[in-house]
Design a protein around this ligand. Structure first.
Ligand SMILES: CC(C)(COP(=O)(O)OP(=O)(O)OC[C@H]1O[C@@H](n2cnc3c(N)ncnc32)[C@H](O)[C@@H]1OP(=O)(O)O)[C@@H](O)C(=O)NCCC(=O)NCCS
Length: 220
């Protein structure tokens, strides 16, 4: 599917109220609906408390840190190392380059309404190996995005990043999460299993929009 055809397909299939972190397309709902999601002060209020280290079950250690505004090269380097399949699962486009619109959305972080966490292998030459991000849709909902580069998949990086970005969103007052996933994406479904309570799921053109809240640990 070409990029041009994909764009047309997206606008046929989806009604947007905010630029999507998956597609980066502009909203069709009118400026009033989108103000909350797209306004960024540009001022950096770096959340140092999100800068941390994790140890994976296999003993490898990764540095988790918030992406700074305008860290385009970090995102582009990660994207360049993703396989076509992983790119397609994350961005739903068969394209070699990351579109300018999506890149802009990913790096336009204000650490409140738009936040991204990267996992870095400081010990090796891999650099950034995963990225999880959210963007506010309204006062209580955010859209989530998550990707781990191929050679680091199935080592628990995705689970760690997802938990941390969801916690960061909750700490900022958001409680509902939206993700756009390809209907045959087994990995993300397994990752989500048991961690969230699904509020709604709508499938259109092979993409499922899932809305969920985090499952609280049971008290008994
Ligand atoms: C989805 C994704 C982020 C998962 O990252 P990951 O680091 O491999 O995930 P984890 O290692 O934490 O594994 C989470 C669960 O998924 C399972 N899993 C991971 N990859 C899998 C695969 N290819 N097939 C089946 N199960 C898989 C793991 O076994 C684990 O299950 P468990 O908790 O029952 O043991 C990664 O596969 C990816 O980047 N995919 C492309 C982008 C994407 O699909 N993003 C989601 C839409 S925004």
């Amino acid at each position: 599917m070409s990029q041009v055809r994909s764009r047309a397909w997206q606008s046929e299939c989806r009604i947007q109220t905010a630029p999507s972190l998956t597609y980066g397309i502009e909203p069709v709902g009118g400026p009033g609906l989108t103000q909350m999601a797209v306004v960024s002060t540009g001022a950096e209020d770096y959340p140092a408390e999100l800068d941390t280290w994790i140890t994976l079950p296999n003993g490898k250690r990764l540095h988790i840190r918030p992406l700074r505004p305008s860290e385009e090269s970090t995102v582009l380097n990660l994207y360049a190392r993703l396989s076509p399949r992983t790119r397609y699962q994350r961005f739903h486009l068969e394209t070699r380059g990351l579109s300018e619109a999506v890149l802009r959305l990913l790096v336009d972080v204000d650490h409140h309404h738009r936040l991204a966490l990267v996992a870095e292998n400081d010990a090796g030459e891999d650099g950034v190996v995963g990225l999880a991000n959210f963007g506010a849709i309204d006062d209580e909902s955010v859209e989530l995005g998550l990707v781990v580069c191929d050679e680091w998949q199935r080592q628990h990086v995705g689970t760690e990043l997802a938990c941390k970005v969801i916690q960061a969103a909750e700490d900022r007052g958001f409680c509902r999460f939206v993700a756009h996933i390809l209907s045959d994406n087994v990995a993300i479904r397994r990752l989500m299993k048991g961690k969230g309570d699904i509020l709604s799921a709508r499938t259109s053109c092979g993409v499922t929009e899932i809305e969920f809240i985090r499952r609280k640990p049971s008290s008994n």
